[in-house]
Design a protein around this ligand. Sequence first.
Ligand code: PEP
Length: 258
Amino acid sequence: MTQQHVPALVIGNWKMNGSLATNAALLESLRGDIASFGNVHVSVCPPFPYLAQSAALLAKSPISCTAQNLCHEAIGAYTGEVSASMLADIGCRYVLAGHSERRGLFGDSSERVAAKTRQALNAGLIPIVCVGETLAQREIGLTEATLAAQLLPTLAGLSASDLEKLILAYEPVWAIGTGHVATAEQITTVLHYLRKLVADKTGATKVAQSMRILYGGSVNAANASWLADLPEVSGVLVGGASLKAEDFSEICRSFGQR
Ligand code: PEP
């Protein structure tokens, strides 16, 4: 199933980086480059305190905002947390759930990721559920089992119409921030597996074939063009390179002109 007939989605995950001044400069540069991007959806993913700033600076542009995380509950006594409805309120379109740094460093279980996905959908946000294996898991043949364990709790809680909104991101942990991008064959094999898993577990074969699945892991201006040529890849989740305006614009162009 080719994804190249629909605009790709390119998301820049700023992680815990930025300031009012550097964000403004980065967004001004991106806005200036938009005309050269072509047919692509672009979103930036700033830290929580800067979402409102980014939403305001992007208000008149087609670039949207994505949140990096959200609370698994809707409202109440959850000190330090941010709810899905708050993110929707300040203008976010997408939200990440289960980024490997959340899973690995902050203990987000797959059940918690499922609850976050539910909250996102309830608030009208589009959840981007991230899955990915470690190098050790890949080396002992546990890639598919790991991805299934990460995704099944989320799939179990979704209706057919929820599933149509869901976006997945395949982000092998060993490729994130390491400079070791996965090969075309590794990406293609995993994306086929994920579509089959969704189809088998939900019965929604057509939705599984057309659902958007992003790749993430050491995407940069140099490798974006061959990644954009992979027909199964619906776009990319970019970490480090999204902080460099020229590199991120080049990645957007690669996907916008494929
Ligand atoms: C990420 O944070 O999702 C990511 C893919 O990071 P990087 O592009 O830096 O590998």
